[in-house]
Design a protein around this ligand. Structure first.
Ligand SMILES: NC(=O)c1ccc[n+]([C@@H]2O[C@H](COP(=O)([O-])OP(=O)(O)OC[C@H]3O[C@@H](n4cnc5c(N)ncnc54)[C@H](OP(=O)(O)O)[C@@H]3O)[C@@H](O)[C@H]2O)c1
Length: 241
């Protein structure tokens, strides 16, 4: 059966790999940049469509839900990959407050808006995937990024309880360092990269395909009894060495 899969952040990095991995399904890519989404959808092929929307807003999420309902009738999988670090600018309390709110909007509200807007359209046996980070466990050096990712964990647990009677699962994937994404922008250096890889027991960076494979498995019928879980993919980095 061909499913309908909505992937936020689907134009780049992990989201694009996730969307590409659902080879038997229709995928709707969501992000803010239309040109990026159009090129990503063209690369995936006819099974991909896209909606340019800012999921930090209610209106953006409503537009995605309306598109999904109009073009596909319902949705089977929600992969809420959109997120990142909204950099802090300035010093003092006002700047700290702004940075926290920006990161909560970017990492929590983009997922909440997407899931809540699509929930009425989600079929029985559906799947919800949220994307956290190793930073939710060990901090991110700034407080707000790790904290905003950690907020997704109890949200998934409550979604699992709410939607379990419909055999809908809700899980979180918490990646460690994943290369080949836009996540780090110009913040990555060779020294930092070597340090992050050195923390793994696998001796390598994660790649978007690692997270796409895990997402695809969690969305499969075989994973129907796996719900309310936070699944880490970090090459053992959290355990330390
Ligand atoms: N890369 C890593 O090492 C790593 C590690 C742990 C967790 N993660 C998490 O994995 C997820 C995917 O990140 P990535 O590594 O693939 O980085 P990425 O390439 O920067 O992807 C982030 C995506 O989110 C979209 N996005 C951001 N804000 C949005 C908004 N308000 N509305 C709609 N879309 C929005 C971006 O597209 P637009 O800019 O066009 O909107 C972009 O496609 C993120 O949640 C990130 O926090 C990444």
């Amino acid at each position: 059966m061909t499913r309908t899969v909505v992937v936020s952040g689907g134009g780049t990095g992990i989201g694009l790999a996730v969307a590409s991995r659902f080879t038997d399904d229709n995928v709707i890519l969501v992000g803010r940049r239309e040109d990026v989404l159009a090129s990503a959808a063209a690369g995936i092929g006819a099974r991909a469509t896209f909606v340019a929307a800012d999921l930090a807003t209610v209106e953006g999420a409503e537009r995605v839900a309306a598109f999904a309902a109009e073009h596909y009738g319902s949705v089977d999988v929600i992969a809420a990959c959109a997120g990142g670090i909204a950099a802090s600018t300035g010093d003092g309390l006002a700047a700290a407050s702004r940075a926290w709110l920006d990161n909560l909007r970017l990492n929590v509200m983009t997922a909440v808006h997407l899931v809540e807007a699509l929930k009425p359209h989600l079929n029985d046996d559906g799947r919800i995937l949220l994307y956290s980070s190793i930073a939710a466990y060990r901090g991110s050096g700034n407080g707000y990024y790790g904290a905003s990712k950690a907020a997704l964990h109890p949200y998934a647990i409550d979604l699992a309880a709410e939607l379990g009677p419909k055999r809908i699962t809700a899980n979180v994937i918490a990646p460690g360092y994943i290369e080949d994404t836009e996540f780090f922008g110009d913040r990555m250096t060779e020294t930092r990269r070597a340090r992050l890889i050195g923390q793994t027991v696998t001796g390598r960076a994660g790649n978007p395909g690692d997270i796409a494979d895990l997402s695809h498995w969690l969305a499969a019928p075989e994973a129907g009894h796996v719900t309310a879980q936070i699944v880490q993919s970090n090459g053992g980095a959290l355990a330390g060495r």
